[in-house]
Design a protein around this ligand. Structure first.
Ligand SMILES: C[S@@+](CC[C@H](N)C(=O)[O-])C[C@H]1O[C@@H](n2cnc3c(N)ncnc32)[C@H](O)[C@@H]1O
Length: 164
């Protein structure tokens, strides 16, 4: 078995044991350890959150004093203390975001990805367009000089911390 497959297996097993809905929760855990994207008491928005692994991790870290909202086009089963919104990020979602948080927030995390067609050019441009839509939301909801984390399809995963 290749090392990468062994790692995937390990995280799949861990996710199952620890009740995370996706092994990608561990990617976010590692990133948050290195970059301290959010912490206890923070308000966090998760874009493209289904099935909810990142959201579960964020909810655990922010705790009772924090708030987490997840948005996805697909249905996501409820996660305690989390507001789920079934919508496209291309819809006008900012009103619902502010209604829930009541103020600008600390962090936006985005694992948005299109349903891949296998045509790299198409998938790449859809990914870029998703990231533009995500940035538009971030510009409106983030506190000044806070951060976002986005996934890009051009490389495996790329960090993009921006001051907005
Ligand atoms: C890789 S998955 C996210 C996995 C998630 N971070 C987790 O840990 O479980 C990417 C998600 O982006 C969502 N997505 C793609 N385009 C979207 C859009 N325009 N609006 C909202 N969600 C979208 C997909 O429905 C999919 O659930």
């Amino acid at each position: 078995m290749k090392l990468i497959d062994a790692k995937k297996d390990l995280y799949r097993k861990l996710a199952h044991e620890e009740g995370y809905r996706s092994r990608s929760a561990y990617k976010l855990k590692e990133l948050n350890k290195s970059y301290r994207i959010f912490g206890p008491g923070n308000f966090v928005l998760d874009l493209g959150c289904a099935p909810g692994g990142w959201t579960q991790f964020a909810a655990k870290i922010v705790g009772n004093q924090g708030k987490v909202m997840g948005i996805d086009m697909s249905f996501v089963e409820d996660i305690p203390r989390v507001k789920m919104l079934k919508a496209s990020i291309d819809d006008d979602v900012t009103k619902e975001i502010f209604t829930f948080f009541g103020k600008k927030i600390k962090a936006v995390i985005s694992d948005l990805s299109p349903q891949v067609t296998g045509n790299w050019s198409v998938d790449h441009s859809t990914q870029i367009s998703l990231n533009y839509s995500a940035v538009k939301i971030m510009e409106q909801v983030l506190e000044k000089k806070e951060m976002h984390f986005s996934k890009f399809l051009t490389v495996n995963i790329q960090m993009n911390f921006m001051n907005i």
